[in-house]
Design a protein around this ligand. Structure first.
Ligand code: SF4
Ligand code: SF4
Length: 385
């Protein structure tokens, strides 16, 4: 089994864990940058500016573009919503499933490898593009949850026995994302959130009716990127997001925690971290210079919004949100320009194969990628033509 990239040694961690430092402090969701927009005087002005929509006479920033975003956000804001234990009947609720019934023969009992196959098949059917399974490291569960709507802030523990996570990746629309930081890209992101809530809920409900506990989650409850790494969905990256081999960073992540016995996957690198050491395209294109140029480190720029300890690249969330505020639209430029953000096809698949097998051509691949203009945005007006 390949070791997780940010792991150093094996400091007495559970056997399931190839050395992730167990002393890493659990993350309080209140300190996530968007949640800080509710309570932190440093971030509140950014949140206010970001939400103060002003239509502009510029392709991608008109009434049509904002309306296009708002449609899928309505799904997340009305029916998704991060759990904060306030009893909201939402798709991420821990205990609200459709018409409950007694299973006459108790929980389904099949071998873990069979159940992993079944759950992955169901998850794909319900809308996931990639599915992986991992044991849950304690450091990846938030210490506290925070609800933006109510201000609810409370200690968080998973239900007893929920030591497995089914991690789901949902690809965002390539064409929409190609216009970032303009409106159609915001629509692609928002559809991703709507699909997260839908798919996580269906997977959790399926498991519930098999007779087991299941906790559907979006960005809440636990750190999606480490879970996805351990579940074999991809690698960490300079921009801090998960990079998958098939879609690059153009995915949204959700997960379901469960006590259903499952066979797990393992970390499966394909050359992305090594590629990032050469590339730096996202850092150069980031308007707020929030992405580091240096080598990975164990401390991030924010005392509270980075989970320090793991050796990786840390993004400056406050700088990033500063650009979102100026843009009055969310930004995915780093995702758009990443050379791994490609559609499928024989040529791109061949390049992925080269990156997987050797680092010798990484510099050349970056230069060719730029020469072909893959780092340039697609004009937003073309989205509507
Ligand atoms: S989302 Fe935009 S501002 Fe934030 S890190 Fe990526 S490129 Fe920079
Ligand atoms: S743009 Fe380059 S440096 Fe940034 S995440 Fe993608 S591959 Fe890594």
């Amino acid at each position: 089994m390949a070791k997780l990239p940010f792991v150093r040694g094996n400091a007495g961690t559970p056997a399931d864990w190839p050395g992730f430092p167990v002393a890493v402090q659990r993350f309080d969701q209140r300190n996530e940058i968007f949640k800080r927009g509710c309570w932190d005087p440093e971030i509140i002005p950014l949140a206010e500016e970001f939400h103060d929509i002003r239509y502009r006479d510029k392709p991608g920033y008109g009434k049509l573009d904002y309306a296009f975003q708002m449609a899928p956000w309505n799904m997340e804001d009305t029916f998704g919503y991060d759990r904060a234990g306030d009893g909201r009947p939402a798709l991420y609720s821990w205990d609200r499933f459709c018409a409950d019934f007694d299973l006459p023969e108790g929980p389904v009992r099949e071998a873990p490898d069979r159940m992993s196959y079944v759950v992955k098949k169901a998850a794909r059917f319900f809308g996931a593009d990639l599915v992986g399974i991992t044991r849950v490291h304690p450091s990846w569960v938030y210490s506290h949850s925070f609800n933006k709507a109510t201000g609810g802030h409370q200690k968080l523990e998973l239900p007893r026995g929920c030591r497995n996570a089914i991690v789901l990746a949902l690809a965002m629309d390539f064409e929409g994302m190609a216009s970032s930081p303009a409106g159609p890209a915001g629509g692609a992101t928002a559809v991703g959130y709507a699909r997260m809530a839908f798919t996580a809920n269906l997977v959790a409900t399926f498991i519930h009716h098999l007779g087991y506990q299941a906790v559907p989650c979006g960005n809440d409850t636990g750190l999606s990127v480490p879970l996805a790494l351990a579940a074999g969905l991809g690698e960490w990256s300079r921009m801090g997001l998960l990079i998958t081999e098939r879609f690059g960073p153009r995915v949204r992540l959700c997960k379901v925690f469960t006590d259903l016995p499952l066979e797990t996957d393992s970390y499966t690198p394909f050359g992305a971290v090594e590629f990032c050491r050469t590339c730096k395209t996202c850092a150069e294109h980031c308007s707020s210079q929030a992405i580091p140029y240096d080598e990975p480190t164990t401390r991030g720029p924010s005392a509270i919004s980075n989970q320090h300890g793991p050796c990786k690249w840390y993004v400056d969330g406050a700088k990033c949100y500063g650009f979102w505020a100026k843009n009055r639209m969310d930004c995915s430029v780093c995702i758009r320009v990443c050379p791994f953000n490609k559609t499928e096809g024989p040529l791109h698949d061949a390049v992925r194969g080269v990156i997987r097998s050797t680092t010798a051509f990484n510099d050349l691949i970056v230069r060719v990628d730029r020469a072909l203009g893959y780092d340039k945005p697609r004009p937003a007006r073309l989205f509507w033509e």
